[in-house]
Design a protein around this ligand. Structure first.
Ligand code: G3P
Length: 216
C-alpha cells in the first residue's frame, strides 16, 4: 500500500520524506489556505521535493475552467495529478485530461456509485473521504470495501486513495481491505511511528549500556 501525506506543510513533507516514507502528496484548497503564503511557491516546492504523485486541486467548478487550471497545475511537474471534484463537470474534465495523458484524482467521493463513475471516466485515483462519513454516523471503511469489490470485479485500473483518515486504525483497516493508497495527515503518521514499549525498551537498553561505562 502506498503512503501519501495529506498536507501542504513543507516542514512535515521534508520530515517524512527524509525517512523514506512518502510515495506521494495530496493537497486541497483548505490545506493550502491553512499554510498561507503564496500557493504557487508552495506547489512549486512540493513538486520539487517529492518524486511520486502530487495531487493539486482545481478551484473552478465548470469544465473549461477546470481544464485550463488543470493544464496550468500540470506545469509544476510531470508528477502532478490534477484533482477535480466529483461533479458532472469534474467527470467531463477527468475524461478530457485523462485522454490527453494527464492523470486525474476525483475527490469528494462518498458512495460506491460515485467511485464507479469516476473509474469509468478514466480517473487514476478516486478519493473516498472516510472520516467525514464516520463524522455523520456512517461507516466510512465499509465504503472502501464496496469500492474494492467493484473495482476487482471489473478489473478497473483506478486506484483507491483512502482520504479523510482520522487515526492509525483507519490505516490498518484500509491495508487489510487492500486499498491502493492512504493519504495521511502528519499527526496520524506520527502516531503510527510510536509505541510505548519502543520508548521504555530503548530507555532500558541505554541505562543498561551506561553501566558498562564504555564506548562503541
Ligand atoms: O485531502 C482530502 C481529505 O483527506 C480531507 O480530510 O480531514 O478534511 O476530512 P478531512
Amino acid at each position: 500500500m502506498k503512503i501519501f501525506l495529506d498536507t501542504a506543510n513543507l516542514e512535515s513533507i521534508k520530515k517524512f520524506n527524509d525517512m523514506g516514507l512518502l510515495d506521494g502528496i495530496t493537497t486541497n484548497p483548505s490545506l493550502m489556505s491553512k499554510e498561507g503564503g503564496n500557493p504557487k511557491d508552495v506547489m512549486a516546492e512540493i513538486t520539487k521535493i517529492i518524486k511520486g504523485d502530487v495531487s493539486l486541486e482545481v478551484v473552478s467548478t465548470e469544465y473549461s475552467g477546470m481544464i485550463e487550471e488543470g493544464k496550468r497545475l500540470r506545469q509544476y511537474g510531470k508528477n502532478v495529478v490534477v484533482k477535480v471534484p466529483m461533479t458532472p463537470d469534474g467527470l467531463k474534465a477527468c475524461k478530457s485530461l485523462s485522454s490527453e495523458g494527464i492523470p486525474v484524482n476525483v475527490t469528494l467521493v462518498f458512495s460506491p456509485n460515485q467511485a464507479l463513475l469516476a473509474a469509468k471516466s478514466g480517473a487514476k485515483y478516486v478519493s473516498p473521504f472516510i472520516g467525514r462519513l464516520d463524522d455523520i454516523g456512517q461507516d466510512g471503511m465499509h465504503l472502501i470495501k464496496e469500492i474494492k469489490q467493484i473495482f476487482t470485479n471489473y478489473n478497473f485500473g483506478t486506484q483507491i486513495l483512502v482520504a479523510s483518515i482520522r487515526h492509525p486504525m483507519h490505516v490498518v483497516d484500509a491495508a487489510k481491505i487492500g486499498a491502493d493508497v492512504v493519504t495521511l495527515p502528519p499527526t496520524v503518521l506520527d502516531k503510527m511511528l510510536q509505541h510505548p514499549l519502543t520508548d521504555t525498551g530503548l530507555e532500558n537498553f541505554l541505562s543498561d549500556w551506561k553501566k558498562l561505562k564504555a564506548g562503541i
